[in-house]
Ligand binder design. Structure first.
Ligand code: NAP
Length: 472
């Protein structure tokens, strides 16, 4: 029942353990080690010791370890799904889908490990640069500190651990306190896959204690963080010369233009809004629908929302389960109430069953309401009427965030215009903003973050470019 820290290839006891409870029914799941500052120092020292081992390991061997991990994850798919469902209250089918994506992410990491390369540079393009052969190398940075959130405990860890190992780095992993079990299991599988001692270290515990230590230590070269803007921006401000990748929050939006076949997009938009109870960084939070279609869209969206099944995450029939904590359920309800009092219409949901917040559809929401301008991270979506795509673009851009946006339209010119105008990291034409596959460049602008993930792009963030010039 007790889960220890992984430091230098050993599962180590520490002074303090804290109980981990299921967000769905409060069942005790495990006792989790709570690292102190010394434990974090030890983990960094182990990662630093393993640094030359990983840096010298040939690409084919790093790829083989990742391929072996893929094999082990595939063999243990059911166990990974169970752990995800338990620790995150992630409905079984959603958890299963995350495990499948995690496997894919490590497959891509194994492939990328084999093709990390630099380029040749024609120095003679500048006077004085003649007579040289010049090229770049990409070298591993060394110790990567990975800090991850609760909402995709396996796949977002994979987006950090996968590229770090592929590039020949070592890792200190700090998973979210609510979801450490899948990271601990992953580390066991990596050991079995043959990763050298110290190449991955897992320090569970308080975000601020572990985070402060990681950010202050000069041996850590890259901080790769996924989580809330408040924490991410705080880390960046303390990072000094460390490279920092931040994958932060959003209030993602979708535009639905006139003339679109609504029936074909309703199921997908409902999934985008309520998958994992809206606790997805690119969850569909705001929908701006052309006035010609508005009434029909709302009617069909609400009808489809009402078919969603609430229940236990372990039930394969469940669509929506508990949010991550009772506090988050309370927050969601208070935001709905605030919106209602300011004139919004609650067209579906609005209540809760235990820690499950009912999938909620709000209409006519003022842009200043929290459910619109902040990240809601709960199963709440607003649908507002617009007179044109242009008006909708202005609403989408009226946001602190800019992760991804979507537009459904039959007009290619409007689509391309929106693609140019939308202030986000990715525009999905004829799809929801919630679309992601794991090798695409992914990340945001504004308060949604800096840097990109997607294996090849994360590897760029986790390697240093070195220039080599040979004078003939
Ligand atoms: P969070 O509260 O910011 O936590 C994220 C991680 O940071 C956890 O491991 C947390 O540890 C740790 N942490 C907390 N305080 C810290 C500190 N002072 N220094 C260093 N680390 C600290 O976020 P969350 O609630 O788990 O996740 C939800 C957020 O993640 C949302 O905003 C969502 O949009 C964002 N997200 C973004 C993406 C993306 O790719 N853009 C993907 C998924 C999620 P503890 O758990 O111990 O507090």
């Amino acid at each position: 029942m007790k889960k220890h820290l992984l430091i230098d290839g050993q599962w180590k006891e520490t002074k303090e353990y804290r109980p981990l409870y299921s967000p769905y029914n409060n069942e005790l799941l495990a006792e989790i080690a709570y690292a102190d500052a010394q434990d974090v120092d030890d983990a960094i020292a182990a990662a630093e010791k393993a640094r030359p081992v990983m840096a010298k390991m040939p690409a084919h061997q790093r790829a083989s370890i990742l391929e072996k991990l893929v094999e082990l994850l595939t063999k243990n798919e059911e166990e990974c799904t169970r752990l995800l469902a338990l620790e995150a209250a992630k409905p079984w089918t959603t958890a299963k889908a995350e495990v499948a994506r995690t496997i894919m992410t490590y497959k891509f990491a194994a492939e990328e490990a084999r093709r990390i390369h630099g380029e040749t540079i024609p120095l003679d393009a500048a006077p004085g640069g003649e007579g040289r052969i010049t090229f770049t190398l990409r070298e591993p940075v060394g110790v990567v500190a990975a800090i991850t959130p609760f909402n995709f405990p396996m796949n977002l860890v994979a987006h950090k651990v996968g590229p770090a190992i592929a590039a020949g780095n070592t890792v200190v992993l700090k998973p979210a306190s609510q979801t450490p079990l899948t990271s601990i299991f992953l580390a066991e599988l990596l050991q079995e896959a043959g990763l050298p001692d110290g190449a991955i270290n897992v320090v569970t515990g308080s975000g601020s204690v572990v985070g402060d230590r990681l950010i202050q230590d000069d041996r850590v070269k890259v901080i790769t963080f996924t989580g809330s803007p408040a924490v991410g921006i705080g880390l960046r401000n303390k990072a000094g010369l460390k490279k920092v990748t931040l994958e932060l929050g959003s209030n993602s939006a979708l535009i639905v233009d006139k003339g679109v076949d609504i029936d074909s997009i309703i199921p997908r938009t409902v999934t985008g809004a309520f998958s994992f109870a809206g606790q997805v960084c690119i969850s569909l939070q705001r929908v701006y629908v052309h006035e010609d279609l508005y009434e029909a869209f709302v009617e069909k969206f609400v009808a489809q929302t009402k078919t969603l099944k609430l229940g236990s995450p372990l039930d394969p029939e469940t669509d929506v389960s508990a949010v991550i904590s009772p506090k988050d359920a309370e927050r969601a309800l208070s935001w709905i109430e605030e919106a209602r009092q300011s004139g919004a219409v609650v067209a579906a949901g609005g209540g809760r069953e235990g820690n499950i917040v009912e999938p909620t559809v709000l209409l006519n929401v003022d842009p200043k309401q929290k459910v619109s301008c902040q990240e809601v991270f709960a199963p709440i979506v607003l649908i507002n009427k617009v007179a044109s795509v242009e008006e909708a673009i202005a609403y989408v851009n009226d946001s602190r965030y800019g992760l991804q946006a979507g537009i459904y339209t039959n007009d290619i010119f409007k689509a391309l215009h929106a693609a140019e105008e939308l202030e986000v990291g990715g525009v999905m034409i004829n799809d929801i903003p919630t679309f992601r596959v794991d090798h695409m460049p992914y990340g945001g602008v504004k308060e949604s973050g800096i840097g990109r993930e997607g294996l090849k792009y994360a590897i760029e963030e986790m390697t240093e470019m070195k220039l080599i010039s040979i004078k003939k």
